[in-house]
Design a protein around this ligand. Structure first.
Ligand SMILES: *[C@@H]1O[C@H](CO)[C@@H](O)[C@H](O)[C@H]1NC(C)=O
Ligand SMILES: *[C@@H]1O[C@H](CO)[C@@H](O)[C@H](O)[C@H]1NC(C)=O
Length: 186
């Protein structure tokens, strides 16, 4: 598992600070609730992961329509909202390459400080997630990527047109996976 963390401090404008009288205030509290947000060891849960694909041939040698689909709900134990993540592939055999990133839809809308994207690699079953979040009242924005292997139980079935004629579908190979869960501990 690979993990990096980047902390971006969003500092208040110095000009504004300089124009205010310096109050006798205690040091700023840590952002959010220290017990629940602000950890560098966020736990991410991807569930339920739904993965399926099909690819067809329109003749014994010509490949036809194909589609890979993956979706899941992404939860980060640091925040109380989730994201809906969906990706599709029109690559040969409907496979996904780990270099193609898909943006998730964050509850309440994606923001610069609140967004998630993912990449899936069929060959290794690795889901790679990049997430950006901030704690309540947050003046710290976290951006981290981490990945894990989705161990899904999949079944492949092949439909073949025994009486194939030009213009008809020749075969359709379908892979459907049982819903799965992946927990990524940063
Ligand atoms: C995950 O994504 C990061 C950021 O793009 C990349 O550097 C890393 O190589 C990826 N890891 C895997 C296993 O694909
Ligand atoms: C191939 O089979 C899948 C699963 O039954 C189906 O969703 C898809 O539409 C089929 N493809 C074609 C081109 O008929």
């Amino acid at each position: 598992m690979l993990t990096t963390a980047t902390l971006l401090s969003l500092l208040p404008a110095f000009a504004a600070a300089a124009s205010c009288p310096a109050p006798h205030s205690p040091p700023s509290p840590p952002p959010g609730n220290p017990g629940t947000c602000g950890s560098l060891h966020a736990k991410w849960t991807l569930s339920p992961i739904s993965l399926s694909s099909y690819y067809t041939y329109t003749s014994p040698s010509a490949s036809g329509p194909k589609l890979g689909s993956i979706d899941f709900v992404f939860k980060n134990d640091q925040v109380d909202y989730s994201s809906t993540c969906k990706g599709s592939s029109a690559n040969p055999q409907g496979i996904f390459y780990g270099s193609t990133w898909f943006d998730c839809e964050t509850q309440g809308g994606n923001q610069g400080w609140k967004k998630t994207s993912f990449a899936y690699d069929t060959a290794t079953s690795v889901v790679n997630v990049t997430s950006t979040w901030s704690c309540p009242g947050g003046d710290v924005v976290y951006t981290t990527y981490a990945n894990g292997k989705a161990d899904l139980k999949c079944e492949t079935s092949v439909w073949e047109n025994d009486d194939w004629q030009a213009g008809e579908l020749y075969s359709n190979t379908t892979t459907t996976c049982a819903l799965g869960t992946l927990v990524i501990q940063n």
